[in-house]
Design a protein around this ligand. Sequence first.
Ligand SMILES: [Zn+2]
Length: 486
Amino acid sequence: MSDQSNATSRRAFLQSGVGLAAGGAVAQVEGALAQGAGATDADADLARLQGRRRILIRGGVVLTLDRQVGDFAQADVLIEDGKIREVRPNIAVSDDTVAVVDAVNRIVLPGFIDSHHHFYQGILRNILTNGLLNPDYNRDVSNTLTAAYRPSDVYAGVLVTALGMIDAGTTTAVDTSQVSHTPEHSDAGIRALQESGLRAVYAYSRGAGPGTKYPQDIARLQETTFSSSNQLLTLALGGTLDAKIFAVAREAGVPIVSHGVSGNTERALVELGRMGLLQPGDEYIHCNHLSGIAWRLIRDTGGHVSLAPPIEMAMGHGMPAIQDAIDHGVRPSLSSDVDVTMAQDAFTIMRSTFTLQRLMVLQRIRNGDLKPPPLLTCREVLEFATIEGARCALLDRKVGTLTPGKEADIVMLRADRLNVWPLNNAPGDVVNLMNPSNVENVFIAGKIKKWRGNLVGIDAARVVRLAQEARDGVVRRADFKPNLLG
Ligand SMILES: [Zn+2]
């Protein structure tokens, strides 16, 4: 939501044969985006761009993260009807049929995928700055504050979170909701996800109080909002390692997103495995301190894991299981979990993952380990934050790499800014140097969601106001006092 226009924006980043040649028209489009959805002539230019069947992202450093397709020091990405049509250098097009986006000095890669976030908590950002999972989070957030949510608060929290994600280059996320006090609470969160334009898995999860219909309300959700697979939202069932919940998921034919998986609960996991209730595509979150038995069970049943290293380190979940997962042949996805204590952007999570794994390995070497595991590379961490997230969300057929045929969920990162220039290594830039201010353009299913540093078609003032009103109401009803200066 920041204006990053500068002198380079005067160049023809957006070129087209019909009315968007260069210069003034480009400035008009940018102006319209900066202003949101105001009714101006420039909006018409934006609408024409957005209505284009074909968009060519030209001349970027392209990390497809698909080893078959390869990565390119300079290549073009052709989007057609919302899908990636072609990725290679020098794609020839006639300019009157394609909107061209200049990607020189941009890193073009798949949108980041966050496999576990409690979206409704967006209005509680940093309300638990120095808190621990137990007792602080469980007492203040899971119980006191969450119980005070009304449906409109869920809507505001989910909306500000989802838009914050798109702003930071995350194009897909799993909403591990946990605020379904009534069906209206669930519907409010889903409506906000829909309005945001983010691709998301709604992991329908528990609520509190007499009005909750968890888990049986999943049948209604399946028949209504989630009756089509041809949409940005898909459905899963969130829950703990409870045989009854797993049975409901199996009955409904949806994957489980299982929270609270750790060494303390792995007996329940093993028991579920013995009962045959674990299925390929199930997601296991955190996974700190699991034994080899549990890891093999996850791997052998086709499970996926979601690790949230920054939150786990800060809030006391235990040692993030990066190396454990890799050692047992499970490539992890990454997640932000909550923003009551920590940033939700992928850069923060990737950098934590990279530095922590290396610290652990290098410390083993320092302590005399003669057969340490390999150090992670930035490219591997990028895969965790993209294709492994897609696998975890069961969306790898659609997204996660820039593979022709997949949907065009693409981010363009500015490599020409003062915090990263000159560009010497693209994966390293993304993982270790960049931050959300480098996110210039974001496409989801080929639609422009962020353009030249500004979210598209978003009334930011309205979202800010809704989030503040919701925060005020929740903390008042919960009788909770945020500590602004402490
Ligand atoms: Zn969580």
